[in-house]
Design a protein around this ligand. Structure first.
Ligand SMILES: *Cc1c(COP(=O)(O)O)cnc(C)c1O
Length: 369
């Protein structure tokens, strides 16, 4: 076994020659960004892969999220989850909105629909749930609540690329869904992201906004930003998309080995795809409950001693970040519990079974100490 450290994630790479072939036309065209050939090609391929009518590509997922909030013209309060990456809460706050936090479900760590209605008031404009780890939110219940109260729904679907509920793509839910194509995600463009959206009228706003609000050679209609995906990133996406189904199949095998090895131990809580959810096997979360006999931090340290780097993800809750501490009143005990007991274990397509077994031996060894 090699002495190379095992990190929690490892970016998938297409064969080098394939990428070189993909980018070589750029040496002829000299068109490197500003919605070139590769950008269009990837956009069309993603429409097909995600089974959506409307998609806009971005320089990263976070800018996509900020941009769609702005394009929808939202004002007031947004109901969301603290059990997420910094981006979700930051996007709400940076766009001048107020996040209001509801707790998560204990089965799949997504926003609990039963805790949403009690915090809706006349200032609430939207719900921003997060699909977590390759599982899906309770999209039906969230849709019903949103319709009943006239709220927009924007999904942070950064973890849910390629995930389906039965036959339905994760990209189809809500008014919009943001995907991240960051290097650590299941599908990546090095850095990148996209928004899929229901209302075609948003297209022009999103497209203009990501290019400074420029609407014509001499016209600038909006105070936009700069959030365009460049041609090299789009080319990486085109290559990675060709291999994605195979990658996901191999991630599934890694997950299945983890489940086989870790299932049934006292104090170990695993999360498997729910009935009817086709997962992308994006993450391998394990919650170490108090009866396990070792804390999450003990397991984290033991792995680190063995050159294995798991991640406390999501920890801390966004409401516990230094920049937000004390600013929000929230009653989210389940999110607090999960955040302080969870570890995501290394997971990538070419993680050898022998390494999964070694990681599981270290994890299980912690309980016996
Ligand atoms: C990765 C991620 C983002 C941000 O995406 P970027 O492309 O890195 O900007 C947002 N939300 C969640 C839940 C993520 O995991």
């Amino acid at each position: 076994m090699s002495d190379e450290p095992i990190l929690v994630a490892r970016s998938s790479m297409p064969p080098l020659e394939e990428y070189v072939r993909e980018i070589s036309p750029l040496w002829e065209s000299h068109w490197l960004t500003n919605m070139g050939e590769k950008h269009h090609e990837l956009e069309n391929q993603l429409k097909h892969y995600l089974d959506v009518e409307n998609i806009a590509l971005f320089v990263n997922g976070h800018n996509a999220l900020e941009c769609v909030i702005e394009a929808m013209g939202l004002h007031g309060k947004v109901i969301t989850t603290p059990y997420t990456f910094a981006s979700t809460t930051h996007a709400i706050v940076r766009k001048g909105l107020t996040p209001v936090f509801a707790d998560i479900r204990f089965d799949n760590y997504t926003l609990d629909p039963e805790r949403i209605e009690e915090i809706i008031d006349e200032d609430t404009c939207a719900i921003m749930p997060v699909h977590v780890y390759g599982g899906l939110c309770d999209v039906d219940a969230i849709r019903d609540i949103a319709q009943h109260h006239g709220l927009k729904v924007i999904y942070d679907a950064a973890h849910a690329f390629g995930v389906k509920l039965g036959e339905t793509s994760a990209a189809a839910f809500g008014d919009a869904s943001m995907f991240s194509f960051h290097a650590t995600k299941v599908f990546h463009t090095i850095e990148g992201g996209a928004v899929c959206f229901r209302d075609p009228a948003l297209r022009k706003l999103l497209d203009d906004w990501k290019n400074f609000g420029i609407t014509g050679p001499e016209d600038v209609e909006y105070v936009g930003g700069n959030a365009k995906m460049n041609e090299f990133c789009a080319a990486m996406g085109i290559c990675n998309l060709r291999h994605l189904d195979g990658e996901i199949a191999r991630r599934k095998l890694v997950c299945e080995r983890y489940w086989e090895r870790l299932e049934g131990y006292r104090g170990i809580k695993l999360t498997k795809p729910a009935q009817n959810v086709i997962s992308n096997y994006a993450y391998m979360p394990v919650v170490f409950e108090d009866c396990f006999g070792a804390t999450r931090d003990d397991v984290f340290e033991a792995l680190k001693q063995n050159n294995v780097f798991a991640r406390k993800y999501f920890y801390p809750l966004t409401t516990d970040f230094a920049c937000y501490r004390g600013q929000f009143t929230c009653n989210t005990p389940i999110a607090e519990f999960v955040s302080s007991h969870v570890l995501t274990l290394p997971l990538f397509a070419d993680l050898p079974v022998a390494e999964v077994d070694r990681i599981c031996d270290i994890v299980l060894g912690c309980a016996r100490k």
